[in-house]
Design a protein around this ligand. Sequence first.
Ligand SMILES: Cc1ncc(COP(=O)(O)O)c(C=O)c1O
Length: 365
Amino acid sequence: MTQDWLPLPGTPVEELDTPAIVIDLDAAEANIAKMQQFANDAGISVRPHTKTNKSPYWAWKQLNAGAIGICCAKVGEAEQMAAAGIPEILIPNQVITPRKISRLMSVAGTTKTIVAVDSAANVADLSSAATAHGIELGVLIEINVGMDRCGVDPDAAPALAQEIVKASGLRFDGLMGYEGHTVAARDFEDRKTEALRAMDKLLSAAAGIRQAGIPVNIVSAAGTGTYNISGPLDGITEIQPGSYIFMDGDYLEVFEDFKPAMTLLTTVISKTGDRAVLDCGLKSVSVDRGTPYAVGIEGVEVGSPSEEHTKISLSGEAKNLSVGDNVSLRAMHGDTTINVHDYYFCVRNGKLETVAPIVGRGKFR
Ligand SMILES: Cc1ncc(COP(=O)(O)O)c(C=O)c1O
């Protein structure tokens, strides 16, 4: 791929080609530091979920700040991170089918790898593959803590833990449970009530396994919205937040514990009276959690994007916008917007500091 169009460090933001994901480095680095400090104070570890950032550039910043490893949603993301030398990867999802399991073994051959399971059949398949490859694969049982996505009920955990302990090639590391049904609840008390209920399930599963005489070293939980609810509970050993690094429009409605660090820089390509058109659309900004909004300027009302166009209505100071001017948007959902971009344009004091490739983009297999 030709890269000779990429801008050089020092380029002013307004000279970047658009649409471009612009990251405020000071804000993102402050978010990484704040989450790590919180965990240090609480005596727990951070294993950030890189399904948000999809980039070793950010994973290394998180590790250098003190994270013990990272999470990757998919084997494809893990392959990219392992190739970049990331030393420890948890896939907090199920890896099923021979082709995927074989790719997982390749990752596990180069970096310490842990995977989540929720069935005895999957344990047997992983065990055969790990034994054949002569590796030891870490395994966490995923507990369904109320999200009703994947995971076993707490009562079923001891029997599954026995299966893992017996299986050659596998190392039983512990449990995980993601309370994704409550991480984005707007009201703190609602979020807390549901998260505590969810963590009761996770911790009771851990107690059941210990009663069966099996040690549980890892109890992993929490997303951004519950880092300070689930994280400090006795028995939780680590948190796996992802969105905190950039904070999207949706999460900023939950709380402002972390700083907004990501915008989509766009350009006005047409203007007719009080109506203008931006050069972004569904192929560069997601709308699954709502329409993006303009930041840094009053009077821009953003309409529904089509493929490559987004109409905006102008009032107040925004009426002065001209063709060629920039407008910064905030996506309501960062992860799905990042997933369609090749690069982060990382900026400090209004100038480009570095361009970081989003190597995990589209790695959904
Ligand atoms: C298993 C798991 N852990 C952690 C997270 C991180 O959540 P958040 O984006 O709320 O930080 C997610 C998000 O989808 C997840 O699926």
